[in-house]
Design a protein around this ligand. Sequence first.
Ligand code: PMP
Length: 452
Amino acid sequence: SAHAALGDAYEAQARSAPERLDAFWMPFTANRQFKQHSRLLASARDMHYTTVDGRQVLDGVAGLWCCNAGHGRTRIIEAVSRQIATLDFAPTFQMGHPLPFVLAERLAAIAPDPLKHVFFTNSGSESVDTALKIALAYHRARGEGQRTRLIGREKGYHGVGFGGMSVGGMVNNRKFFGPMLPGVDHLRHTLDISRNAFSRGLPKHGAELADDLERLVQLHDASTIAAVIVEPVSGSAGVVLPPEGYLKRLREICDKHGILLIFDEVITGYGRVGNAFAAQRFGVTPDMITTAKGLTNGSVPMGAVFVSNAIHDAFMQGPEGVIDLFHGYTYSGHPLACAAALATLDTYAEEKLFDKALDIGAFWEESIHALRDLPHVIDIRNFGLIGAIELAPREGKPGSRAFDVFTKCFHDKDLLIRTTGDVVALSPPLILDKSHIGQIFGRLAEAIRETA
Ligand code: PMP
């Protein structure tokens, strides 16, 4: 039929290497370099991608920290396919359809108490900007509209919106774009190789860095501060772990001063550290949690912000019939995304993937730390199914050792990893078994040796 022929035509396009790579301006990419040595993926199933030239590449990073259940999962494929044929789009402004209500309830059930309300977005960046705006509007709704200051951290990554960029702390993501939001401060980051190199799991030293927040309270007065946002475990800055006790201390200082605490769990959410959320693993409950990525197993763009009952209820005090939050996206609660998320949550639950991440974590830790004597390795960090290998910076030549390892892994070792700065980062699908872990670190070790 014409329908099938059209499908075949799209499929052929998706599987063949394009003749010209010029028109697509790729995000966060050295475009000219990439277009000389492209890396194109055509299909994916379980733990592997297949490249356009037919090679099987082992996925060491769940795509981009998102495909926690691995690739090509039947339940998700079927749910999205059925959904697009049933209800392709419906507005959620002053209108609705059942799916986001059902999904929000399912999500609330796995979220820590009392974060039982959910606002839907389409990405991590949108989740962050949403949470920051809710924090500001919350204080205003309670008559504390002077609380406008936002606090992030050095090395923080909170997406690329103006809000997330402003509270973020990665210099290259900020320096090209002029003035940021006013009234933002940054706590110091907690990466301290001099004291904590080769820690297994959480580093021992550095909980006192949380006291930076007390200093900012002394400087500005608590009555001007709206919220603090941190990643419980950061990914993009090269995997930065919270020292033991750090997050708890941050929570205590926030409580003391009426400051909201936001956890950005865009990478840690949905099982990566062995619980639904890192908040649960660390036993520290923030006032909001931002998520995306693993929510739909990466299959359809979607984000979700978890909001405490107290914050939500503060918006429900005004006169009925007046919009309570002037914020939202055309695609908030999109039917395809909701269908994908529901099927994803079912997959996670049925296969007990969060528990699996916890169970296999000890073997993951052993395996990654076995690489410590390889050339140029100056630190190894791990938590849950996250890993990082930091290589000594290379002077006098553009690029980094980590980038060389990444390209070597992809082209010669059939292994997909991530690189940021001098760090090789790993975050495999939670479905992996011990033999995959052996393959990941075996191939990575060869690549580190061969590029040294
Ligand atoms: N926050 C964190 C902690 C992230 O790691 C990311 C993406 N890696 C984002 C926000 C931004 O998410 P997105 O790219 O979906 O906008």
